[in-house]
Ligand binder design. Structure first.
Ligand SMILES: C[S@@+](CC[C@H](N)C(=O)[O-])C[C@H]1O[C@@H](n2cnc3c(N)ncnc32)[C@H](O)[C@@H]1O
Length: 226
């Protein structure tokens, strides 16, 4: 279903602009009411800007590590991370629950002029449900702020185990929260995940110099071999 910003039922939208290194601007529509996926979370900005850092992208030549890579984003929300990756040449599938599909499709449409070399498609993927449609294994799985919900820990880890092949790198960005159930959810998630994956944390100096924060972490996760 194609939804224009004006058509979205009863809720108003507001736009978050994210400037890319090449000076172009990503315009991300968010809704003022709705579930958590309707707005851009800080971890998504940190991850988007990390993808653009010069270790991966040469702003002069336009060459990019992500070019032609197959990427799958889980819990994409507004789709900002996936749209950034596609604007850097990746072939991306952004996924989230059914309710988020109109917003994902709206943001893909509104940023189409930034997608000259890469491609992007929005699809429904609910953690813990059948994900064989998303195989073969992608080169990269992207996740921003997806570790926050107690009931999702087991299904999310199971989904990652199915989707990540021996060569897949999961780039997981999350905000470390100290309130309520968050520390316990995070602990449980990593206890389970690290049984099958090894993690390497990206130090602050390899992140975007402006868009980083001590409480937002970026991990590269790969399946343990053998
Ligand atoms: C905190 S939001 C983060 C959204 C976006 N990645 C960002 O950082 O701006 C978490 C996202 O996970 C999605 N999500 C939650 N439970 C899910 C599930 N069981 N299957 C798929 N997506 C889910 C939500 O719909 C939401 O878009």
């Amino acid at each position: 279903m194609a939804v224009s910003p004006e058509q979205h039922s009863s809720t108003s939208h507001f736009v978050r602009e994210i400037e890319k290194t090449d000076g172009s601007v990503l315009k991300v529509y968010q809704y003022s009411t709705g579930d958590v996926g309707c707005v851009v979370w800080d971890a998504a900005i940190v991850l988007s800007k990390y993808l653009e850092t010069d270790q991966f992208c040469n702003s002069r030549s336009g060459a990019s590590t992500w070019s032609s890579k197959h990427m799958l984003e889980l819990g994409a929300g507004t789709g900002v991370v996936g749209i950034m990756a596609a604007s850097l040449g990746a072939n991306v599938t952004v996924t989230d629950l059914e309710d988020l599909q109109p917003l994902l499709k709206l943001n893909i449409r509104e940023n189409r002029e930034l997608l000259s070399t890469g491609s992007i498609t929005a699809k429904v993927l609910k953690w813990g449900e059948t994900v064989t449609d998303f195989l073969p294994h992608p080169d990269y799985i992207l996740m921003a702020d997806c570790i926050y919900y107690e009931q999702s820990v087991v299904p999310l880890v199971e989904t990652l185990k199915i989707l990540a092949g021996p060569k897949t790198c999961v780039i997981c960005c999350y905000e470390q929260r100290t309130m309520g159930v968050n520390p316990e959810v995070e602990k449980r998630f990593f206890e389970l995940l690290l049984q099958d994956f090894e993690a390497e944390e990206v130090p602050a100096e390899r992140q975007d110099p402006e868009f980083n924060s001590p409480d937002i972490h970026i991990l590269h996760l790969r399946r343990r071999q053998g």
